[in-house]
Design a protein around this ligand. Structure first.
Ligand code: HEC
Length: 95
């Protein structure tokens, strides 16, 4: 009888030590969800800013660099200020 209790105890310890460890959930990859406004800005950017050259990635330039570029490109792309605000907000959200 005693031997069975010991056997069960050992089996229990054995099973416990072999049970899969609870793996801590992988910290979520930070993915910036675009708000509808930013998504609209991205669409404007994609549709208007790749007509004359390839679409530049927002991360190609810093915010300081983008400012004068966007002023120059607004004239080239013939976009109004409201559209340009949307495009700028999208670009800055990606930096
Ligand atoms: C009518 C044509 C045209 C359109 C539309 C246009 N671009 Fe350009 N873009 C150019 C030309 C030409 C250059 C290179 C000469 C220059 O820098 O002025 C250029 C250069 C650039 C550069 C590189 C600047 C640098 O200093 O290296 C960026 C970034 C850029 N454009 C972004 C944009 C964005 C954002 C838009 C949309 C708002 C846009 N472009 C729309 C013609 C255009």
């Amino acid at each position: 009888m005693k031997i069975r209790i010991i056997a069960v105890a050992i089996l229990g310890i054995f099973l416990y030590s072999c049970s899969p460890k609870v793996i801590a959930p992988v910290t979520e990859v930070k993915k910036v969800e675009l708000t509808p406004e930013l998504a609209a800005g991205r669409t404007l950017y994609e549709n208007n800013c790749a007509k004359c050259h390839k679409l530049y990635s927002p991360t190609n330039f810093s915010e300081q660099d983008w400012k004068p570029i966007l002023v120059r490109m607004q004239k080239k792309a013939r976009l109004d200020d409201a559209q340009m605000v949307e495009i700028s907000n999208y670009i800055y959200s990606q930096l």
